[in-house]
Design a protein around this ligand. Structure first.
Ligand SMILES: C[S@@+](CC[C@H](N)C(=O)[O-])C[C@H]1O[C@@H](n2cnc3c(N)ncnc32)[C@H](O)[C@@H]1O
Length: 182
């Protein structure tokens, strides 16, 4: 997981401005590679990672054990254990299609963002991209519902995000959707 998504993550993170003092949340943090990348970007800020899998939390904590500004939480995007308006930036890499109620969960992300804060969703699992056939199999095997690029725009807008942008790198089969909290 950590290695496979690294280049996709680097590309996705170019879509969001992360300041050195920012407070950042990585949702569905898996093995913690994105958390580590973010921690290096916010040397005077803080990064929280959260995942609902015990195994992911354990690996993520190990990956980031040496970082001074990282904390990894166990929990679901359905009920984030943070007060309203905590984060400047929230990220979600290859995870949103597992979320149990996407629009409601995106509203929960919006709740923990500060006004003016940004959410970035990064994925290679979506409909209508370069890897369409593989993704159809993945949908069946993993029992997930993948979205088309325009559906990413719709779900973010429905959840209440402003300035929603969707960028697709077609030759790689990567998608990135961003939205801002007004
Ligand atoms: C394919 S992995 C991606 C991990 C990591 N973001 C990366 O890019 O390597 C998906 C992750 O999302 C997590 N996840 C799925 N549903 C979740 C939920 N409802 N709340 C929090 N994490 C969730 C899984 O446990 C898993 O670690």
């Amino acid at each position: 997981m950590n290695g496979r998504h690294s280049k996709l993550t680097d590309w996705g993170l170019t879509h969001v401005a992360v300041g050195p003092r920012d407070t950042v949340l990585d949702i569905g943090c898996g093995g913690g590679r994105t958390v580590a990348k973010l921690a290096a970007m916010v040397r005077e800020g803080r990064v929280s990672g959260i995942d609902h899998s015990d195994a992911s939390v354990a690996v993520s904590r190990k990956t980031n054990a040496a970082a001074h500004n990282v904390e990894i939480f166990h929990g679901s995007v359905s009920a984030l254990p943070f007060p309203d308006a905590t984060f400047d930036v929230a990220t979600a890499v290859e995870t949103h299609y597992y979320w149990p109620d996407l629009v409601a969960n995106l509203r929960e992300v919006l709740r923990v963002l500060k006004p003016g804060g940004t959410f970035v969703l990064i994925a290679e699992a979506y409909k209508g991209g370069k890897h369409e056939k593989v993704m159809q199999q993945f949908e069946r095997i993993a029992h997930v519902k993948l979205l088309r690029p325009d559906e990413h725009r719709e779900v973010l807008a429905s959840a209440g995000f402003s300035d929603v942008q969707v960028d697709e790198l077609r030759d790689k089969g990567w998608i990135c959707a961003t939205g801002r909290k007004s």
